[in-house]
Design a binder for this molecule. Sequence first.
Ligand SMILES: [Zn+2]
Length: 183
Amino acid sequence: MAQQAETRIQVDGEDVIVLRSARRTRTVSADMVNGTLRLRAPLRLSRREVEKHARAFRQRLQSRQSAASSSDAALLERAQELSRRYFGAALNPSSVAWSTRQLKRWGSTSSASQEIRLSARLRQMPSWVVDAVLVHELAHLIEPGHGPRFQELVGRYPRTAEADAFLAGVTWAEQQGSSQPDL
Ligand SMILES: [Zn+2]
């Protein structure tokens, strides 16, 4: 007998991944995978119960996200901290903010206005990945191109290469996901 089965269902018009496990007896837990809610549930939980849990978790995650979205100030503070650590405090972006309109790129920097925007898609990713994107955008305040000088700057953050690979993996998975039929 299969220990685990993964299915994709629709709850209120949105995809939910349901990972059923024979080893779970009662508890249901949830996380987000590339923006999709994933529930871990006992093998025998009814569809109606699964939907109820999906709605409850989605609501909880949304309220947690709106708390985090008020934190452009926290993001600016983080950028200043990284700037101090890797660039000797020389950089002072005028603003650092999450952007929900920026979906294709992870981040952008305006050298004229010294504004940094990060894609809101990064919010649910590990903080060291967000830090790497911040370091990348901060480095653009010094060097607009991606040449050797820029590589030296972003190389000061020890997980730059790892974060690049992580984000490339996310992009790859999303492209796979959109080209595969729903099961
Ligand atoms: Zn760049």
